[in-house]
Structures are given as structure tokens and as C-alpha cells.
Design a protein around this ligand. Structure first.
Ligand SMILES: [Zn+2]
Ligand SMILES: [Zn+2]
Length: 105
């Protein structure tokens, strides 16, 4: 039995084609473009800056800082202390114009 290149699980024949039950990969089938959100995992701690939190955004403090993406000079921000308390705060920023997100240490 072949194995899925994505998650290494075993492929089972569906309609005569080896198919991964886990992610839907079909061996020899049309290549599915995986609709993974960009850097989803890496962005977990940025959740509060997600679209779901859009309402909260409106009350978030703004700072005059140049957006590295579009040059806009206004961004929402929040700060978060990293694990150790003796480390400097991390600043999470989100451009008010293009929604670009970045960090500042
Ligand atoms: Zn798979
Ligand atoms: Zn921007």
C-alpha cells in the first residue's frame, strides 16, 4: 500500500484510486491546492488581531509607526510579555490600512 505524502497515513482505494482518508489526497488524481491559511500556526498568538476580533480592534490603541508593507504610518498595537518576565515586551502591530501584521521587540 502506498502512503500519503502529506501525513504518512495509509492510502485506501476509492474509485480505484489510492486515497488518503485523513487529508483527501488522491494518488494519481488531480493535484488539490491545499487551502492552508498563510502561517496559520505561527500566527496563533496573533489571534486577538484576527478578523474575528475586528470589533475589539476599533478600541485598540493606535500608534504612529510606519507599516513595512504599505508605508502607512498608523497601526493598532498591543503588547505582550514573553515567557520570562525579565524579557522585554513584544509589540504586536497591525496596519490600519492594509492589515499587515508584524512584531516589534
Ligand atoms: Zn493524507
Ligand atoms: Zn500597511
Amino acid at each position: 500500500m502506498p502512503f500519503c505524502p502529506n501525513d504518512k497515513s495509509m492510502l485506501y482505494p476509492v474509485d480505484g484510486k489510492p486515497t488518503c482518508k485523513k487529508c483527501g489526497f488522491v494518488l494519481g488524481g488531480p493535484v488539490k491546492s491545499r487551502t492552508l491559511k498563510t502561517s496559520e500556526a505561527a500566527d496563533k498568538e496573533m489571534l486577538i488581531l484576527d478578523d474575528a476580533a475586528r470589533e475589539k480592534l476599533e478600541v485598540m490603541p493606535k500608534i504612529n509607526l510606519d507599516c513595512p508593507n504599505c508605508g502607512n504610518n498608523e497601526a493598532w498595537y498591543r503588547t505582550q510579555q514573553t515567557r520570562k518576565s525579565d524579557e522585554p515586551e513584544t509589540m504586536f502591530l497591525r496596519c490600519t490600512k492594509c492589515d499587515h501584521r508584524w512584531r516589534k521587540y
